[in-house]
Design a protein around this ligand. Structure first.
Ligand SMILES: [Zn+2]
Length: 179
């Protein structure tokens, strides 16, 4: 089972990138509760070949900055700092990445279309934040369909390969003040 999982390019990015210490691929429940794992999953979905510079488009020139989690710089042009949300509809979000993964999984894998009130209640975010999340999710689907497809496939693989707990909602409310 683990061989099958690690043969996916996107998963190898996670295994060889941020999560080389992870011997066994995490469960959905672990991803939903981990900002680090959620970030790695989003990075693999956006950059199946590894991080790509937003400025010069260089591949393989990304260098992880230690100053802030998830921040990359470019060794090729040295003019760019970026994260997995830079240049996407999720840019500037104050919602945790784990919260985004949970919402994406609920809508795109479990096919449960939540209302604004339901998102607000389940993720413990304000009504306005929930409304903004649903709008941004729709933008992600339309503006970055390849990333959305890969993320959907990864989460679907994880759902199928594991007896995953039903999308336990992460506690994301404390850091969120609304958008
Ligand atoms: Zn660059």
């Amino acid at each position: 089972m683990s061989e099958q999982i690690s043969s996916s390019p996107a998963f190898s990015v996670i295994m060889n990138g941020s999560f080389d210490r992870v011997r066994q691929y995490p469960t959905l429940g672990e991803i939903f509760e981990s900002e680090e794992l959620s970030r790695a999953l989003l990075e693999a979905a956006r950059w199946p070949q590894g991080p790509e510079c937003l400025n010069c488009k260089a591949l393989g020139a990304a260098c992880k900055l230690t100053t802030r989690p998830g921040l990359w710089t470019c060794k090729a042009c040295r003019r760019c700092q970026y994260s997995v949300t830079s240049g996407t509809p999720l840019h500037g979000t104050r919602v945790t990445l784990a919260g985004w993964v949970v919402l994406f999984h609920t809508h795109e894998v479990r096919r449960q279309r939540l209302s604004v009130s339901q998102v607000s209640r389940k993720l413990g975010v304000s009504y306005l934040t929930a409304k903004s999340m649903l709008r941004r999710l729709e933008e992600l689907r339309t503006e970055m369909p390849e990333m959305a497809d890969r993320l959907r496939n990864q989460l679907t693989d994880l759902s199928g390969n594991r007896d995953a707990p039903q999308a336990a909602m992460p506690k994301v409310s404390s850091a969120i003040t609304g958008l």
